[in-house]
Design a binder for this molecule. Structure first.
Ligand code: 6PG
Length: 479
């Protein structure tokens, strides 16, 4: 008996993907650095399907049908390179090495090129949905060559989540495209969680609504336009009482949010691409600030908050819902803008409608509005320059704007930080304003550094002789 796929790295994500593959009828060869994990999986879940137990990399490779498919599920970074190094000498041209972890897309590009030199395929696959998704059906974002996808795709599609029967797995594009799209997914995930947190803080610290009551509000919100996995689980977490103290669970958790890096990578890439993902960036910074515990403790005794009373609008709860919705839309718009910029930079033919379609189920940011986002990009000739400019979303956001402004203004008065609500609103206003103070920035740059400027009334590049008679000269292109 030979296996259709091998999985090396049997921590929870690897083990659950292996089980998912076996449950879908594939024979799966199992390998782990320490055999205990392999044996544990076989003992606990051997009945899920056909598994082949292997102890060494050589045994794993020998147990596979050709072309071989080996799925690496180890920690991103050096561990992936080390598995590749031990695997590659054992493989033959045409074999497919798959990395299903949250690897950086630049690493994936490098590895793909290195393996291509050995006539091996390297496929970086973004997998979203956490432990449960891996087992029951994740959203899958594969990169690598089209040829590799032809061999691997049917398996991945079979084990993926389904939305109305359609698999949430499509070939995304060459080399690191899959991991890039997964990274942006995570950036949106960070922003999504932060706007939920800001709403929670406003409802709690602004309107005095206790977590258990907020759980009901979030459940209610989950049946409307905000309907999504993250809103659903927010209700669950807020409704949970700590068994040890009888307090709301959220009150016994230390308020310092960590990260494994995908949010940070999104922002670093956005900066390099020149894509203004301000909401996503603020969500990453919000986690960083939350973790500066020492400074926060000191600041509590020194920095002033707000004084006096702030009257909340009667519509406050509904206003917060609308602000959350509008900010969420902005984070999707920013994520998509980044995808567009990356497609140009890396030569990927990213189909935004397909990407939105495979985020509709299985992944962490799954949300009802993704179906509408998918439709917004479905007709190539009608692709909007920005998600917010599609008629349906422009209308939806217009309906939210007055409430959004009230919420941000109230939060500022109350001294409750809403970095993503306010950065998203600033992005919205920045997009729509006919004139921006960037004109002044250009003037300043020209004065102190002769950086030149363009004029609103004609072609050409100019410089003003600021230190002389302030006459304007046409700038000479020195390149
Ligand atoms: C997913 C998740 C998953 C993980 C992220 C975020 O799509 O299933 O994004 O990949 O939760 O790595 O983790 P951090 O918040 O620790 O960065």
């Amino acid at each position: 008996m030979s296996a259709q796929i091998g999985v090396t790295g049997l921590a929870v994500m690897g083990a659950n993907l292996a089980r998912n593959l076996a449950r879908n009828g594939y024979t799966v060869a199992l390998h782990n650095r320490s055999i205990e994990k392999t044996d544990y999986l076989l003992e606990k879940h051997g009945g899920d399907g056909e598994f082949i137990r292997t102890e060494t990399m050589q045994e794993l490779v020998d147990s596979l049908e050709k072309p071989r498919r080996v799925l690496i599920m180890v920690k991103a970074g050096a561990p992936v390179d080390s598995v590749i190094d031990s695997l590659v000498p054992l493989l033959e041209p045409g074999d497919i090495v798959i990395d299903g972890g949250n690897s950086h897309y630049e690493d994936t590009r490098r590895r793909e090129a290195a393996l291509a030199a050995h006539d091996l395929h390297f496929v970086g696959v973004g997998v979203s949905g956490g432990e449960e998704g891996a087992l029951l059906g994740p959203s899958i974002m594969p990169g690598g060559s089209r040829e590799a996808y032809d061999s691997l795709g049917p398996m991945l599609e079979k084990i993926s989540a389904k939305y109305n029967g359609e698999p949430c797995c499509r070939w995304i594009g060459t080399d690191g495209a899959g991991h890039f799209v997964k990274m942006v997914h995570n950036g949106i995930e960070y922003a999504d969680m932060q706007v939920i947190g800001e709403a929670f803080d406003l409802l709690r610290s602004g309107a005095g609504i206790e977590p258990a009551d907020q759980a009901k509000i979030f459940t209610d919100w989950n049946s409307g336009t905000l309907s999504s996995f993250l809103i659903e689980i927010t209700a669950e977490v807020l409704g949970h009482t700590d068994a040890r103290t009888g307090k709301p669970f959220v009150d016994v958790v230390v308020d310092a949010a960590g990260q494994k890096g995908t949010g940070r990578w999104t922002v670093v890439s956005a900066l390099a691409l020149g894509s203004p993902t301000s909401g996503i960036a603020e969500s990453v910074f919000a986690r960083a600030l939350s973790s500066q515990t020492e400074q926060r403790v000191l600041a509590q005794g020194i920095l002033q908050g707000h004084e006096g009373t702030v009257e909340l609008p009667e519509t406050f709860v509904e206003d917060v819902r609308l602000a959350l919705y509008a900010s969420k839309l902005v984070s999707y718009a920013q994520g998509i803008d980044m995808l567009t910029a990356a497609a140009k930079e890396y030569g990927w033919d990213l189909r935004l409608d397909e990407i939105a379609s495979l985020w509709r189920a299985g992944c962490i940011i799954r949300a009802e509005l993704l179906d509408d986002i998918m439709k917004a990009y479905a007709v190539a000739e009608e692709r909007p320059a920005n998600l917010l400019l599609t008629p349906a979303f422009a209308e939806a956001i217009a309906g939210a704007v007055p409430a959004w402004r009230r919420v941000v203004a109230t939060a500022v008065q109350l001294g409750i930080p809403v970095p993503v609500f306010s950065a998203s609103l600033a992005y919205y206003d920045g997009l729509r304003r006919p004139r921006l103070p960037a004109a002044l920035t250009q003037g300043l740059r020209d004065l102190f550094g002769a950086h030149t400027y363009n004029r609103v009334d004609g072609e050409g590049t100019f410089h003003t002789l600021w230190g002389e008679d302030r006459s304007e000269i046409e700038a000479v292109d020195t390149h």
